[in-house]
Design a protein around this ligand. Structure first.
Ligand code: GAR
Length: 177
């Protein structure tokens, strides 16, 4: 299964995917923030990467198709995607989100979980649809919120859980395709 990854940030999930998948499985990483950590990780790991503006979905589709990607993983892609991309890879785009969906969709969700006084949060891998953070859920991982947790400590705890569930979600989806 050839995998394409989309990133905007530091790329720790991207690196974890590369390290947990089979050799040569991740064929391309597309990023929309120049100088993001994900780009540096791609160079270090020897994975082809390509900067594309998030609005240029035609180019994103073209590059993934040329690379032979069959499954697209949004690993910290911080923009909403549209029908143009979704229709090119029907039921083949998944996203990781740092909350227990359907709770806390959108941005700043770790701060929002703390502000809401939640005692548990976590992360979700789901299929991508046009409606933000609303596609069918593939797998979730729970993380307790401790009394002295901060955004920083909780982010780290959630990311540790993400490194466990995202590779498992990818394995699951591979068997559905
Ligand atoms: C991850 O925690 C992911 O859940 C989040 O961005 C982070 C990327 O970290 N995604 C979203 O918030 C999407 N709405 P990384 O670049 O180190 O993998």
């Amino acid at each position: 299964m050839k995998i394409g990854v989309m990133c905007s940030g530091s790329g720790t999930n991207f690196e974890n995917i590369v390290r947990t998948c089979r050799f040569d499985e991740v064929v391309l990483m597309i990023y929309n923030k120049k100088d993001c950590g994900a780009k540096k990780r791609a160079d270090k790991l020897g994975i082809p990467s390509c900067y594309i503006k998030s609005t240029d979905e035609a180019k994103i589709v073209r590059e993934f198709v040329w690379a032979g990607a069959e499954l697209i993983v949004m690993a910290g892609w911080m923009r909403i995607v549209t029908r143009h991309l979704i229709d090119a890879f029907p039921n083949r785009i998944i996203n990781i989100h740092p909350s227990l969906l359907p709770k806390h969709k959108g941005l700043n969700v770790i701060q929002r979980a703390l502000d809401a006084g939640d005692t548990v949060t976590g992360c979700t891998v789901h299929y991508v649809t046009e409606e933000l953070d609303s596609g069918a859920i593939i797998i979730q991982g729970e993380v307790p919120i401790l009394p002295d947790d901060t955004v920083e400590s909780l982010t780290k705890a959630i990311q540790r859980e993400e490194y466990s569930i995202l590779p498992r979600a990818i394995e699951h989806v591979k068997h559905q395709i």
